[in-house]
Design a protein around this ligand. Structure first.
Ligand SMILES: *Cc1c(COP(=O)(O)O)cnc(C)c1O
Length: 400
């Protein structure tokens, strides 16, 4: 018997969905020395802006790697409340953790596709594997008759990034495969742009052309090419569905100067200790910073164990109001030291908070100082921060 996959999927999901778990309960970390504010209104606002920009194409959300470090269970229901119905994660385990926080009707795509031996989990839960190779397609196809139902699938083509996906030749082979659409309900064909953040890069057009060539082999199947960067390229890149990641979370997604990201997070560190030194001293491991004159130093309770990059040793800064407080010495696992400079004595004391990411210093500023990208800064945000939610809605649309 062939059951429509929608019905099977909905049944499978409602069996696992626990609506009460959609309420957001954050672990309380008493005495945490770092805190991460997440502005849920800004997050939903970012989603709406992107969705409006790409309409009539649909805006999906990429919530892999714990929703870019913010917490997938925190961000996904907010995005759903803002209208998102299509979610992308990388691993099956991420899909499993996410599902109970979403409406059974929302789709969950798993970008890494099938790991062999997990076919039954995908099928039971209704997850959509993004099939990246002919072997993955074969395994998924082989599983379908046993279940007596068409299985949902997405196909990814490699159009020039050389990372994951079927080649154009593979796509041709597939398109001619008997039984493909009898057993697979192909809901999306997609590809990923290597240089979407560089708006003038000619590679974007080349990949778009190759994508069109592959997608044409699967007529009528919705198409997806753009990540955040692709959203800011011209409309031709939007196709039917875009996959927004970094732009949702307040990172810079494009080199177009007119596109200003709206920040979603603020990160603060607690001052563990303040000291005034007058004699020359060395600071931190290796004593890589040595004071010269009299200074006031503050030790902050955030280090590389919290994902604050060690590369910011003697380079980066914390901020208090409009004051830049340079990091002196090496960033330790659990702490770092900043120079309080000309801040009036008494202005900051043990127990006070300073900004690591905030109005004066964006995630992209931090990334630049650390020689990396905002994605890495976000996804390293550790579990030791007290996460504090600002604003937001439940999935039912009520204020919290
Ligand atoms: C991570 C990822 C995205 C999102 O990319 P952003 O640049 O964060 O928008 C989209 N598609 C695929 C396949 C990805 O791996």
């Amino acid at each position: 018997m062939i059951v429509s996959h929608k019905a099977a999927q909905a049944a499978a999901r409602s069996a696992h969905a626990r609506p009460e778990s959609r309420a957001q309960q954050l672990p309380d970390l008493p005495g945490a020395s770092g805190r991460l504010f997440i502005d849920l209104d800004a997050l939903r606002g970012n989603y709406r802006k992107l969705a409006d920009r790409v309409a009539p194409a649909i805006c999906g959300a990429v919530v892999k790697s714990e929703g870019y470090g913010l917490g997938a269970a925190i961000v996904a229901p907010q995005l759903e409340a803002a209208g998102c119905r299509d979610f992308f994660v990388t691993h099956l385990s991420e899909a499993l953790a996410l599902q109970e926080h979403l409406d059974p009707a929302s789709r969950i795509f798993v970008l890494n596709g099938l790991v062999f031996g997990t076919e039954h989990i995908f099928a039971e839960r209704g997850f959509i594997p993004v099939l990246n190779s002919l072997v993955q397609v074969e395994k998924w196809l082989a599983h379908a008759p046993a279940r007596g139902a068409r299985l949902p699938a997405a196909l990814q083509f490699d159009t020039g990034m050389t990372r994951l996906g079927l080649s154009i030749d593979d796509a041709r082979t597939l398109a001619e495969l008997p039984g493909l659409t009898r057993w697979l309900d192909i809901q999306l064909v997609l590809s990923h742009l290597a240089c979407a953040d560089v708006s003038g890069d000619p590679t974007n057009q080349q990949q778009a052309a190759r994508f069109a060539e592959a997608a044409r082999l699967f007529p009528g199947v919705p198409r997806s090419l753009a990540n955040s960067g692709g959203i800011f390229l011209d409309k031709g890149f939007h196709h039917d569905l875009v996959r927004a990641g970094i732009a949702l979370y307040g990172g810079v997604a494009t080199d177009m100067p007119e596109v200003e990201p709206t920040p979603v997070i603020r990160l603060q560190a607690r001052i563990l200790q303040v000291r005034s030194v007058s004699e020359p001293v060395g600071v931190g491991y290796g004593l890589t910073h040595r004071t010269t004159g009299p200074v006031r130093l503050a030790t902050l309770g955030v280090g590389y164990g919290d994902g604050w990059p060690r590369a910011l040793s003697n380079r980066g800064a914390a901020w208090s109001g409009g004051h830049r407080l340079p990091i002196v010495g090496r960033v330790s696992m659990d702490s770092m030291t900043v120079d309080l400079g000309d801040l009036p004595p008494g202005r900051l004391a043990e127990g006070d908070w300073v900004d690591l990411i905030g109005p004066a210093q964006s995630i992209d500023d931090v990334a630049r100082d650390a020689g990396t990208i905002s994605y890495e800064i976000l996804t390293q945000l550790g579990a030791r921060y007290q996460r504090v939610l600002i604003g937001g809605q439940t999935a039912q649309g009520e204020r919290q």
